[in-house]
Design a protein around this ligand. Structure first.
Ligand SMILES: Cc1cc2nc3c(=O)[nH]c(=O)nc-3n(C[C@H](O)[C@H](O)[C@H](O)COP(=O)(O)OP(=O)(O)OC[C@H]3O[C@@H](n4cnc5c(N)ncnc54)[C@H](O)[C@@H]3O)c2cc1C
Length: 113
């Protein structure tokens, strides 16, 4: 089993409470970590990789889990924008972060309204 990450460290956006546990599981279970590497495509040969130095390789695999970068979905904001007097966008719809940010923004907005 292997984890491919384009950065130099795993779990950069994971809160510290969980991070140390997840990182230690990776070590304990002997999961290989392939850092500084981009997944480029999938073919019959496997997953095609390219590291930050431009070296290309193919990794055979029978199961692949894609967990790419998260993106905001704020379609509802643009749809409602001209149909109400006040509109507030909070949480991941602003930018993907964590539950604490979403809850705090909900609280702050609720108090202000
Ligand atoms: C795989 C994964 C793991 C995560 N792990 C953690 C973690 O361990 N700790 C942590 O703090 N954060 C974690 N997060 C981030 C956290 O889940 C989000 O930051 C948080 O849920 C954002 O809350 P939100 O209310 O803004 O958005 P969401 O929780 O995404 O809620 C938005 C809701 O709006 C609904 N919706 C969208 N469009 C419409 C529409 N047009 N009409 C009606 N409903 C609509 C969606 O279906 C959804 O239910 C994780 C995220 C992912 C993807």
């Amino acid at each position: 089993m292997a984890i491919v990450d384009q950065g130099e460290k795993l779990a950069r956006d994971v809160i510290p409470t969980f991070k140390w546990r997840h990182i230690s599981w990776v070590k304990e279970l002997g999961i290989e970590v392939i850092k500084d590497t981009h997944a480029q495509s999938v073919s019959r040969e496997g997953l095609h990789l390219k590291d930050n130095d431009g070296n290309e390789s193919v990794r055979a695999c029978d199961l692949l889990i894609v967990a790419g970068r998260r993106e905001s979905n704020n379609k509802l904001t643009s749809e409602l924008m001209f149909n109400c007097d006040e509109l507030y966008t909070i949480g991941d719809a602003v930018s993907p972060r964590n539950i604490c940010d979403a809850v705090h923004e909900g609280y702050r907005t609720g108090v202000r309204v």
